[in-house]
Design a protein around this ligand. Structure first.
Ligand code: SF4
Ligand code: SF4
Ligand code: FES
Length: 245
């Protein structure tokens, strides 16, 4: 009986778009060879490159578990999270580039926080209630189904993948993106928020809001948390169209 030896590990090439704004150097591709290991993610491969080949390589991460939303990048042209992308699901040549739309910090690192803060301020993504909450009062109960529906939309980690995959945002800088529309859908569901559909119409009833969306659903396809963006955008558009008549 012959025993077959395990296949030799693949030699990967990570082709990374290098750039450092303000350094006077044109963006350029740089190849890094990496030996694939069992269960390797792109985050692990990038960390290996930074530790062994080039400590100047910039990329972001915090949680390594798909929770913080820091490690979004273009992986073979598609927005995704480096920490949730297994190299075994990718070809041996992997191109990595920073997410477009956001301010570039350097290499694969972009400032999603600045964009998200601007969007949150523009859409006022907080509970609007006329009375301040009484801190000693017993918490008002909420139907479990409603709490679950709100939680479903609250799972957004603000990674920016939907923003980077959105055709409208390439043309219209002020568009609030699927992430912004999802937030409006979330607050609209929340009985503690006293805003009416008229108020929401003021926020998203134009082409920087729900009427700017071209419904090509790049956002829905790339969201790493599988949020129901398609359903929420369609629902909001119907509601806001009724407000506008
Ligand atoms: S469906 Fe709308 S929000 Fe989503 S990617 Fe397309 S234009 Fe952007
Ligand atoms: S909606 Fe999805 S893709 Fe967009 S920021 Fe939130 S988690 Fe990321
Ligand atoms: S490191 Fe937190 S989502 Fe990837």
């Amino acid at each position: 009986m012959t025993t077959s030896s395990p296949p030799a590990p693949r030699r990967l090439t990570l082709r990374i778009l290098r750039s450092l704004p303000g350094a006077g150097e044109a963006p350029h591709w740089q190849d890094f060879p990496v030996e694939e290991a069992e269960g390797m993610t792109l985050f692990i491969a990038l960390s290996e490159i930074r530790a062994l080949a080039d400590p100047s390589l910039q990329f972001d991460f915090v949680c390594r578990a798909g929770i913080c939303g820091s490690c979004g990048m273009l992986i073979n042209g598609r927005p995704g999270l480096a920490c949730r992308s297994l190299t075994r699901d990718l070809p041996a040549l992997i191109t990595l580039a920073p997410l477009p739309v956001f301010e570039l910090i350097g290499d694969l690192s972009v400032n999603t926080g600045k964009w998200m803060r601007g969007m949150a301020e523009r859409l006022e993504t907080w509970i609007h209630a006329s009375a301040s909450p009484a801190l000693t009062a017993v918490e008002a109960p909420m139907a479990p189904e409603l709490a679950e529906a709100i939680y479903e939309l609250d799972r957004c980690i603000e990674c920016g993948c939907c923003v980077a995959g959105c055709g409208t945002l390439r043309m219209r800088e002020a568009f609030v993106g699927a992430v912004g529309l999802n937030k409006i859908a979330r607050f609209r569901l929340d009985p503690r928020d006293e805003r009416s559909d008229d108020d929401y119409y003021e926020l998203i009833g134009d082409d920087t809001g729900v009427f700017g969306c071209m419904s090509l659903l790049g956002c829905h396809d790339v969201c790493p948390k599988g949020l129901p963006l398609q359903t929420q955008i369609a629902f909001l558009r119907r509601k806001m169209a009724l407000q506008g008549v």
